[in-house]
Design a protein around this ligand. Structure first.
Ligand SMILES: NC(=O)c1ccc[n+]([C@@H]2O[C@H](COP(=O)([O-])OP(=O)(O)OC[C@H]3O[C@@H](n4cnc5c(N)ncnc54)[C@H](OP(=O)(O)O)[C@@H]3O)[C@@H](O)[C@H]2O)c1
Length: 232
């Protein structure tokens, strides 16, 4: 039986590379993207189906879930990948609006999308949710002088990703019938960081692909990177 995987923010970067790799591995991948032109173009390149979704918008998320219910009937894996860094500004210049945009996109959206897709996930025999978090949200890595994560101060993005990891472990506790895990891609060259990341997108998607393809017995509530468990 084919695994049906829905990925948000899959028109480019890590989301697109995850879609490409999982398609190659035989998953039925549904490309979620907020821009119809870019989303359809990405889906066409992979021979996949495109479903419009702006993860910050209730109506858009509901429409995406209804569309997939009508076409595929269920999903096995939801990958909450869409995310932003927000505005780069000196910390004293950050505004409430800056914070709200980053948290709305990176954190609140995961709750919105997860709630909308849970009924479709629960029709799967092995439902899984993969939240794309970051080592930038790890207390341990952001305080380890040996790690790149400790060299950058990004209050909003890092706090949002700490919240993503905690959301993941709390969902894993609250809903044990669904396997919730968080992935840390590592510092990867994408538009998100002006392509300064040191890994390729293929390397950056290793943890996500591992979580999407491993034996369900591996369980939930974990935070893993390319080289194994990531400390919090
Ligand atoms: N690159 C890294 O080094 C790194 C490291 C750790 C974690 N991450 C995480 O990995 C994930 C993917 O990032 P990336 O590096 O691949 O960045 P990216 O190339 O900028 O891609 C981000 C994706 O998210 C989408 N997106 C943003 N806001 C959205 C919204 N409201 N609704 C729907 N889609 C939305 C973007 O769509 P548009 O094209 O329409 O803007 C794009 O498809 C993010 O959660 C990021 O925080 C990245």
């Amino acid at each position: 039986m084919t695994t049906i995987t829905f990925i948000t923010g899959a028109n480019k970067g890590l989301g697109y590379e995850t879609a490409r790799r999982l398609t190659e591995l035989g998953h039925t991948v549904i490309i979620g993207a907020r821009d119809p032109g870019r989303g359809q173009a990405a889906a066409d390149r992979l021979g996949a189906r495109f479903v419009p979704i702006d993860v910050t918008d209730d109506a858009s998320v509901s429409r995406a879930a209804a569309d997939i219910e009508a076409h595929e009937g269920h999903i096995d894996t939801l990958i909450n990948n869409a995310g932003i860094t927000g505005r780069f500004a000196p910390a004293e210049e950050l505004t409430g609006n800056d914070a709200e945009l980053v948290f709305a996109t990176n954190v609140t959206s995961i709750v919105r999308v997860t709630s909308a897709f849970l009924p479709l996930l629960r029709k799967s025999e092995a439902p899984a949710v993969i939240n794309v978090s970051s080592g930038m949200g790890s207390q341990a890595l952001t305080h380890d002088p040996q790690r790149v994560e400790s060299t950058i101060a990004a209050p909003l993005y890092n706090a949002s990703k700490a919240a993503v990891t905690m959301l993941t472990t709390q969902y894993a506790k609250a809903l044990p019938d669904v396997r919730f895990n968080a992935a840390d891609p590592g510092y990867t060259a994408t538009d998100l960081n002006g392509h300064r990341g040191t890994q390729t997108v293929t390397e950056g998607t290793d943890a996500i692909v591992t979580l999407a393809t491993e034996d369900p017995a591996a369980g939930g509530g974990r935070f893993i990177g390319r080289f194994g468990p990531v400390p919090w």
